[in-house]
Design a protein around this ligand. Structure first.
Ligand SMILES: [Zn+2]
Length: 108
């Protein structure tokens, strides 16, 4: 049971692709190799990190450079899913509200 708004959001959720609810951060680091260019003048190495919060703690995961475009898609999809989840919740609340208005009871 839902309304048009909920139906549309649910259809989108069914088509969701792999996702991750986290964000991508790009930082620059030294690799630790004393013979590397980064140890002297640089440039430093670009490092992509996936960060997310779990039970109030921030977690970080290294993302290999070749996976960056793919993980970016997961992050975008994760944001989309979050919006869709909120959308369905809103639709269900609207559904209840509309039923309450439509009902003819003495106490309302
Ligand atoms: Zn280096």
């Amino acid at each position: 049971m839902t309304n048009m708004r909920g139906k549309h959001a649910l259809e989108s959720i069914r088509k969701i692709k792999p996702f991750v609810q986290a964000s991508l951060n790009i930082t620059k680091k030294r690799c630790g190799n004393p013979g590397c260019r980064c140890a002297q003048q640089g440039p430093l190495h670009e490092v992509t990190l996936l960060t997310w919060k779990e039970e109030k703690r921030t977690h970080t995961l290294y993302v290999p450079i070749e996976f960056r475009p793919e993980v970016e898609r997961w992050v975008q999809e994760g944001k989309r899913l979050k919006r869709l989840v909120a959308e369905v919740s809103q639709a269900q609340r609207e559904f209840l509200t509309s039923k309450k208005k439509g009902r003819k009871s003495k106490k309302g």
